[in-house]
Design a binder for this molecule. Structure first.
Ligand code: CDP
Ligand code: CDP
Length: 225
């Protein structure tokens, strides 16, 4: 297989990360989770300042920050900040509540974009996020935009929390998803948007395996494969 770059964008709960991980494992390519980087930077600043907002000096703080990500053949990913494994810590509610300040900051976005491009290097990759097809890899071989109804996405997140023994409220999760959708689409830089050249897949009534098959088919039909 020749080198291929696949960009997968879409809102929270559309299935980007689970589907991309599975596709990567099936094709033997690397999966890169860009959202984990924004989460890791948010975690770092929360640790540093306790609380963050639009006034936090992110631009100075990220200089020299050592962020790494490792992808394993069992489809898992680990993210490290200055050598510390933060993979679990970055999944907290606190991180999600504050992430908008970090992901709307231009200096942070430029830092992350450079990092993601470096990581991809000469490898075949599938990367998911919000601005992968629009900003990080505008010349990706294949761009996918995954979406699903808010109800479906909220229920998926709810089921995930319940499976890990967490006591959560479906209505509150739906509200949080709607709020994050508007933050992600409204920001000035790196906003979530459906690129004209992206293949749109509404996953509302599709199982994860059906979406994986659809993406694998699209990738295999690329000229470069
Ligand atoms: O998994 P989930 O969809 O909840 O989110 P994620 O992919 O882990 O991303 C968390 C947040 O990081 C998003 O809501 C965005 O605000 C931000 N993000 C971004 O700004 N750009 C990306 N390429 C990826 C994530
Ligand atoms: O990365 P993103 O926030 O877009 O979504 P995800 O974390 O990959 O998916 C959220 C949940 O929905 C996971 O538990 C997936 O297994 C599930 N899912 C699903 O039920 N049906 C799909 N077609 C895709 C994902």
């Amino acid at each position: 297989m020749k080198k291929i770059t696949v960009a997968v964008d879409g809102p929270a709960g559309s299935g980007k990360s689970s589907v991309s991980r599975q596709v990567a494992a099936m094709l033997g390519i690397t999966y890169i989770d860009s959202g984990a980087i924004y989460r890791a930077i948010t975690w770092f600043f929360l640790e540093k300042y306790g609380d963050i907002d639009s006034e936090t000096p992110f631009g100075n703080g990220i200089k020299g920050l050592d962020i790494r990500q490792e992808y394993y053949s069992d489809r898992t990913t680990k993210t490290f900040v200055n050598g510390l494994d933060v993979s679990q810590l970055i999944r907290s509610e606190e991180v999600v509540k504050s992430i908008q300040w970090v992901s709307s900051n231009k200096a942070v976005r430029d830092f992350v974009t450079t990092l993601l491009r470096e990581w991809a290097g000469e490898k075949s990759i599938i990367m998911d996020g919000r601005d992968i097809g629009s900003v990080v890899f505008p010349n990706a071989d294949l761009k996918i935009y995954l979406d699903a109804s808010v109800e479906t996405r909220a229920k998926r997140r709810y089921d995930e929390y319940v499976a890990t023994g967490k006591n959560v409220d479906l209505k509150a999760i739906k509200k949080q998803i709607i709020q994050r959708d508007s933050q992600d689409t409204a920001r000035e830089f790196g906003a979530l948007k459906r690129c004209e050249d992206a293949v749109f897949v509404d996953t509302s009534d599709m199982t994860q395996d059906q979406v994986v098959n659809k993406l694998t088919e699209l990738i295999e039909n690329q000229d470069s494969v």
